[in-house]
Design a protein around this ligand. Structure first.
Ligand SMILES: C[S@@+](CC[C@H](N)C(=O)[O-])C[C@H]1O[C@@H](n2cnc3c(N)ncnc32)[C@H](O)[C@@H]1O
Length: 194
């Protein structure tokens, strides 16, 4: 599979970006603080488009089994080194996949997390991967982000109402808010599958 993705433009682009990052930082995303206050059923956690994910490290250190998916083998190698250093390897599986095509197993995960990545089909699949009582947590750029970064692709931004309006009726919204830190603008959604 890795071979089949070798010439994928997203892989080339992100491998280049991650190779250029001078300080490789693995900082948990603030959304995790809200998630840690919620009860989660007993099942593994999935992070999509994880990159250099501090969330994976944090969740694994809390005892969760984690599957982390990204197209960039450079990012996943760097993450693997961190997991080894912290002796968290046994709890985490890393998977190189193209999220435009990869389908997460249905009704398998207690938490599915997506940060700063947007693809509608991927989000719909992510929701299907959540078990009853589990959580979908997604935060990515909204259109206000274009005020800070005019050259950012509008199609990488959420439309008004998204992603909440894509949820099926078996999800209950727990948190929905815009997050603006003065240099980027995102929209956060946390919902539980009933
Ligand atoms: C903006 S970064 C966000 C990374 C991480 N979630 C974070 O918050 O720092 C986007 C991530 O999506 C991944 N990505 C881009 N296109 C992808 C694809 N088609 N399939 C899987 N991952 C992809 C990139 O490798 C990168 O890690």
């Amino acid at each position: 599979m890795e071979k089949a993705l070798a010439n994928h433009p997203d892989k080339i682009k992100w491998n280049e970006k991650y190779s250029r990052v001078f300080r490789k930082e693995f900082i948990p995303h603030p959304i995790l603080e809200s998630i840690k206050n919620l009860s989660l059923p007993s099942a593994p956690v999935l992070e999509l488009a994880c990159g250099l994910s501090g969330n994976v490290l944090e969740l694994a250190s809390l005892g969760y089994r984690v599957l982390a998916v990204d197209i960039s083998d450079v990012a996943l190698d760097l993450l693997a080194n961190q997991l080894k250093e912290k002796q968290l390897e046994p709890r985490v599986s890393l998977l190189i996949e193209d999220l435009n095509n990869w389908q997460a197993p249905k009704e398998t995960f207690s938490l599915v997390l997506g940060i700063k990545y947007w693809d509608r089909k991927c989000f719909l699949n992510a929701c299907q991967a959540v078990i009853k009582g589990g959580i979908i947590a997604w935060e990515t750029f909204n259109k206000n982000h274009l005020c800070y970064h005019p050259h950012f692709h509008p199609e990488w931004c959420l439309e008004k109402g998204e992603p909440a309006n894509l949820l099926t009726s078996d999800f209950e919204i727990l948190i929905e808010q815009d997050v603006d830190n003065g240099f980027s603008s995102t929209h956060r959604l946390i919902a539980r599958r009933l």
